[in-house]
Ligand binder design. Structure first.
Ligand code: CO
Length: 450
């Protein structure tokens, strides 16, 4: 579809860029020198918070994530600030009560967030409901997310149906979230075209370069009329991260969909982040770019996971099981109803497959897998295998079919009381939310800083 508007750019260097290439270790002090300059480029938004940044601040950097957000907001006055939120999981790994989700969203907006990208690993929209409502109520932009994967249950028509549901729920825009770089260029063209046919709100493509197709996917999305794309400044681009911002701006300059961003403004900022990256790699002993890995296309396993699994097997002394594991992963994924492999489903499928190749198929079944079978993570895209149901469900037991969070009573008062009992009776709402998200890590942080 013909889209005459300039392509809008979400710059991800402050969040996904360093999450993808530097284990989320960028410090606020690394960002400070260029925040005004970033604000001056004309980006549609700066993705600056959420995802793993919150956990990493508390756990590794001795930083208050809320303070980071306020600091960025103080220096970024014109450009929208964006965050990534895992729906009912917020930024953690399990489901929280609605009151925690609502409060988290409310305080995120109050501390400076304009756009919240909300996703659920299963694309179960009931897990997005509470966060979407809270985002709208706080007056922020609610971006509904299609977590992209390839399976018999993830055809273009399924994504269009899902996008329509998100529009009905009040989404202000739709993101195609391709966390593993599986979205092929022509598939992107078809999917974006299908969405533009049926949906009237902006479409945003978020794709990683893991498989080597990133820039081609972004360009074909643009040809199909996509409104917004995510990119990263060169030092934090490509490999397992995003398409390079400068290169895309240059590609479109003087053409119909010119971003209107002056590429010359980007170079000095990129120079700054080049030094930052070198420093982070040295300070935190990081490996740097992992290159590209087109094999993820065959295995449909996120790039980072392949190397993790290989390492785990070696540590357990069963390195020779690697090939078996590669074959087992897609089988487990199919048995669990073809969930997209993104946190937390990627870890769950990965550890189940590992146990299967070491101990025998489903000889040991971890709690998380049982919970998926019981419906506690929401509705899986396809049906769960009968074999797995038989192994997990007790006689006469049926999986739940209601919204999983309906079973979780309010938690905010309990968290506040917990924290008071631990010696922090006057904790701010933000501290209570940090504690609710990552209890042990937050307590350690408070011990050192409060
Ligand atoms: Co990403």
């Amino acid at each position: 579809m013909n889209n005459p508007n300039p392509v809008k750019i979400v710059e991800t260097v402050l969040r996904d860029g360093h999450q993808s290439l530097c284990a989320t270790r960028m410090r606020t002090s690394d960002m400070l020198p260029v925040l005004e300059a970033l604000d001056d480029c004309g980006f549609y938004a700066l993705e600056a918070w959420g995802g793993a940044t919150f956990d990493s601040c508390l756990r590794f950097l001795n930083e208050d994530p809320w303070e980071r957000l306020r600091t960025i907001r103080k220096h970024v006055k014109k450009t929208k600030l964006q965050m990534l939120l895992r729906g009912q999981n917020i930024l953690g790994y399990n489901h929280y009560a609605d009151d925690v989700v609502s409060e988290f969203v409310k305080r995120s907006v109050a501390n400076g967030i304009d756009i919240i990208r909300i996703f659920d690993a299963f694309n179960d929209t009931r897990n997005l409901e509470c966060a979407m409502k809270a985002t709208k109520a706080a007056g922020a932009h609610a971006q509904g997310t299609l977590v992209y994967t390839i399976s018999p249950y993830h055809k273009d028509k399924d994504f269009v149906k899902l996008a329509k549901e998100l529009v009905d729920m009040g989404a202000d825009s739709i993101c195609i979230k391709d966390m593993s770089g599986l979205l092929a260029p022509y598939a992107a063209y078809d999917l974006v075209s299908a969405l533009k046919e049926e949906i009237n709100i902006p479409i945003n493509v978020h794709s990683h370069c893991t498989s080597g197709m990133g820039a081609m996917t972004i360009l074909k999305s643009i040809e199909a009329g996509v409104d917004i794309v995510d990119t990263a400044l060169s030092p934090f681009a490509e490999s397992t991260s995003h398409t390079c911002t400068e290169s895309l701006v240059y590609t479109l300059a003087g053409r119909e969909r010119d971003t209107k961003i002056d590429v010359n403004k980007l170079y000095p900022i990129a120079d700054h982040f080049k030094k930052v990256k070198a420093d982070l790699e040295k300070t935190f002993d990081l490996k740097g770019n992992l290159g590209i890995n087109p094999q993820v296309l065959s295995f449909q396993i996120p790039g980072g996971m392949l190397s993790n699994l290989r390492k785990q097997l070696a540590e357990m002394g069963v390195a020779d099981k690697y090939e078996d594991l590669l074959k087992e992963m897609p089988k487990v994924r199919a048995d669990l109803g073809y969930p997209p492999l993104v946190t937390p489903s990627s870890q769950i499928v990965g550890s189940m497959a590992t146990m299967n190749v070491i101990f025998g198929r489903y000889k040991m079944i971890p709690k998380e897998v049982r919970d998926i079978v019981r419906g506690k993570y929401g509705k899986t895209p396809g049906p769960i295998s009968e074999e797995l149901k038989k192994l997990v469900l007790k006689k006469g037991e049926e999986p739940i079919t209601h919204r999983p969070a309906d079973d979780i009573p309010p938690q905010m008062d309990k968290m506040r009381a917990d924290l008071a009992a631990k010696g922090y009776p006057n904790a701010s709402v933000e501290d209570v939310l940090s504690y609710a998200s990552f209890p042990e890590v937050a307590l350690e942080f408070f011990k050192k800083n409060r």
